[in-house]
Design a protein around this ligand. Structure first.
Ligand code: PLP
Length: 388
């Protein structure tokens, strides 16, 4: 392999959120960053900037970055976006909050699905809006993957509902919504006159060969007019600490309202984040393709272990480096995350934070040796002959 996906970095040497939350003997597989060193092209781009121009005043997105995202969108998603549509900012979560504040009124309703990346659930409370949630449907005999409960969407929406907070590919189930579902969703949004914040941060991490990512806004011109697409290189290229994200908004009026909302709330651009993101989109694809191979083998390893575990089910993720485990029938009590932490010494994410107690989310974005070690620890607790 051309790139290094095996080195075990001691991330406690620097204040890593992931590696400092739990005691030293716990393997942390929770927050969504990975334990891989970034692509060499990113390191080189940053080093060059530091050596050549050691000034870090207020900046603007470089033209080459803006063009690189247009090209990336065309190459990977056959969606032609314009430079003018791009609003670069400091993160997807701040963007969700700004969108709520700038584009809805106090007391309006926001809508999302559960389970969901926990910070989605806070947006309503933190911005004085009401959060409506629709539980997703688990796989069934007819539909073998997590999917939308269309009747529940229709039942929960009201005339006060203004905006859908959409996560696609979906964190935590790893679902890649397909054309038919997105078509239905676009129609639903139109019929109920909603705006959409489509968080597509995991879209460059499709691991299932039969899936492809379709940006929601690329479905048709009507949905494009209502949609803010959030894209970033942060998850795929492991640069979340460089806080750089892009809101792609094709409608000029919606873009202006969102931009006005950013003023005073969104910090200035991150100089190094813009440089790293440009390197990722211009020259990082070979590294990304190798990463996907590692993630696929980690996922296969997980599946092999899950088969041996009693009472745990996991539908293979189609995207992301995350997997969503149903532990409700594993005899681990009310809080499986806590039991796995205490007895297996693995630090996973608690499904309750995603709106679904009894589940856990595991982060597979680490060298296969680390994932293997974590799964063996879980074997000791979950294997058929163990005493829980
Ligand atoms: C779906 C999703 N959105 C947003 C974020 C966080 O994005 P940011 O760090 O840009 O605020 C994450 C991080 O895990 C995520 O998984």
């Amino acid at each position: 392999m051309e790139f290094d996906f095996t080195s075990r970095w001691d991330r406690r040497l620097h204040p890593s959120k992931k590696w400092t939350r739990y005691p030293r003997d716990v393997l942390p597989l929770w927050v969504a960053d990975t334990d891989f060193a970034v692509a060499p092209v990113i390191v080189e781009a940053l080093q060059e900037r530091l050596a050549e121009h050691p000034l870090f005043g207020y900046t603007a997105p470089p033209k080459a970055l803006v063009e690189a995202l247009c090209q990336w969108s065309l190459d990977h998603y056959q969606w032609q976006i314009e430079p003018a549509w791009q609003q670069w900012l400091a993160g997807a979560v701040p963007a969700l909050h700004v969108a709520s504040l700038a584009l809805t009124e106090p007391g309006d309703e926001l809508l999302t699905v559960t389970p969901i990346y926990p910070l989605f659930l806070d947006v309503g409370k933190k911005t004085g809006r009401t959060m409506l949630t629709v539980p997703m449907l688990p796989p069934s005999d007819e539909i073998p993957h997590w999917h939308l409960d269309r009747d529940a969407f229709e039942n929960v929406v009201t005339p006060r509902t203004r905006m859908l907070l959409w996560c696609h590919p979906h964190n935590p189930t790893g679902r890649v919504f397909d054309h038919e579902e997105l078509e239905w969703l676009a129609d639903f949004v139109e019929r109920h006159d909603l705006l959409v914040c489509s968080d597509e941060l995991h879209c460059d991490l499709i691991v299932a060969p039969e899936c492809r990512h379709i940006p929601l806004a690329s479905m048709n011109a009507r949905i494009a007019r209502r949609t803010i697409t959030l894209w970033a290189a942060t998850k795929t290229f492991n640069i979340a600490g460089l806080t750089t994200c892009c809101a792609v908004i094709s409608d000029a009026k919606l873009r202006q309202r969102f931009r006005d909302g950013c003023e005073g709330l969104m910090p200035s651009h991150n100089v190094l984040g813009l440089i790293a993101t440009e390197a990722a989109y211009r020259e990082g694809n070979a590294w990304r393709l190798e990463l996907l191979k590692v993630l696929r083998s980690n996922l296969t390893l997980l599946e092999r272990h899950v088969e041996r575990w009693t009472g745990i089910t996991c539908i293979p993720s189609q995207a992301t480096f995350l997997a969503w485990l149903d532990c409700r029938h594993a005899g681990l009590g009310e809080n499986p995350q806590q039991v796995l932490l205490e007895k297996a010494r693995v630090g996973l994410s608690d499904g309750a934070d995603f709106g679904w107690p009894g589940f856990v989310r595991i982060n597979l974005g680490a060298p296969t040796a680390i994932i293997g070690e974590a799964l063996e620890r879980m074997d000791a607790l979950l294997g058929p002959s163990t005493n829980r």
